[in-house]
Write a protein that binds this ligand. Structure first.
Ligand SMILES: NC(=O)c1ccc[n+]([C@@H]2O[C@H](COP(=O)([O-])OP(=O)(O)OC[C@H]3O[C@@H](n4cnc5c(N)ncnc54)[C@H](O)[C@@H]3O)[C@@H](O)[C@H]2O)c1
Ligand SMILES: O=C(O)C[C@H](O)C(=O)O
Length: 313
């Protein structure tokens, strides 16, 4: 790619954190921001541009509508976050409306873009984005698996009292309470997690991982996590722009993989300049297959609701 350009729609907590990472680390040549809140949008563009200057990074940051064209990657974080006591699923219809409207606004001027969806409920928003854009499945990916895996690694490090950075984890399925942390694929410094911790400790880590988003929502009281989500999204952007073929867990449309069709959920994906270039089919044991089935079912309930109350109304 010649001039690498990334559009970020929604520059609230996650979008601004993402844009800050992209700009200060020179991950692309241009970042273009878009939001409903005009003054806030401009403030973010100026502040992040100044941060890039402080970092001696050459990335240009803009909030001009006329610049929101020919993006290579568009990340959508526009939408409302949940509040304490809410589930991500409670955001379904509000955020589906926002998702559809922002895609309608940008799709014609950004015909080659790969979309990364962040808004919640994540898997249902990927489904919505696919329908709203009419794009092939490889060009719409959802960010959640990297975040959930990073949470699992955090809880393992805490439990073992070990240094971070040596822990490999992977979480599949929908980004909801039924997500599937893949315990037998976790290693710490090359050693299997199952050889390092008891069954009870591992179960506790799985529960903490599943509740990781809610834990932060409760502590914040008004909003949800953004540093880890923003950073996780920047890894996906980087993999696309650099055509790195990195494998990350991402939400994509399944068309027979893992035995499911016409449903979006998190699976390991090889990411390159075409977006999702391959879905990796891991061998799951019987328990994991059951958990994945439950997770798929919870996403299916949301996409059925969308079909009934949003797309066919
Ligand atoms: N996938 C994940 O793992 C993950 C992680 C964190 C947050 N999220 C989700 O991401 C979304 C954003 O979270 P946040 O913390 O950044 O929220 P936020 O409220 O800080 O930011 C959302 C931004 O979207 C903007 N917006 C709303 N409607 C818009 C529209 N039509 N056009 C342009 N901009 C619009 C708002 O003005 C706001 O600036 C939420 O739905 C949240 O649940 C997902
Ligand atoms: O928990 C949320 O609502 C936000 C996000 O999905 C997260 O996991 O941090």
């Amino acid at each position: 790619m010649e001039n690498k350009k990334v559009g970020v729609i929604g520059v609230g907590n996650v979008g601004a954190t993402l844009a800050f990472n992209l700009a200060t680390k020179n991950i692309c040549d241009e970042v273009v921001l878009k939001d409903l809140r005009e003054d806030y949008l401009q403030a973010m563009a100026i502040d992040i541009s100044q941060a890039a200057n402080a970092a001696n990074a050459s990335t240009k940051v803009s909030s001009e509508t006329s610049d929101f064209v020919n993006c290579d990657v568009i990340v959508i974080t526009a939408g409302i976050p949940r509040k304490p006591g809410m589930s991500r699923d409670d955001l379904l219809l509000t955020n589906a409306k926002i998702m559809t409207s922002v895609i309608d606004e940008v799709k014609d001027a950004n015909k080659d873009a790969i979309y990364i969806i962040v808004s919640n409920p994540l898997d249902a928003m990927v489904y919505t984005a696919l329908k709203a854009s009419g794009l092939p499945k490889n060009r719409v990916l959802g960010m959640a698996g990297i975040l959930d895996s990073s949470r699992m690694a955090h809880f393992i490090a805490k439990k073992l009292g070990t240094s971070q950075g040596k822990i490999k984890t992977s979480v599949m399925g929908g980004h909801g309470d039924a997500m599937v942390p893949l315990v037998n694929y976790c290693t710490v410094d090359g050693k299997n997690l199952t050889d390092l911790l008891s069954k009870e400790d591992i179960e506790e880590i799985v529960t903490l991982t599943r509740n990781g988003g809610a834990q932060i929502v409760k502590l914040l009281g008004n909003g949800s996590a953004y540093y880890a989500p923003g950073y996780s999204a920047s890894l996906m952007v980087e993999a696309i722009l650099n055509d790195s073929k990195e494998v990350y867990p991402c939400a994509v449309l399944l068309e027979g993989e893992y035995g499911y069709k016409n449903i979006t959920a998190g699976v390991p994906v090889k990411i390159g300049k075409e977006g999702c270039e391959e879905i990796i089919e891991l061998k799951l044991d019987a328990d994991q297959e059951n958990e994945f089935a439950k997770s798929i079912l919870s996403v299916r309930e949301l996409t059925d609701t969308l079909e009934e109350k949003f797309f066919n109304k």
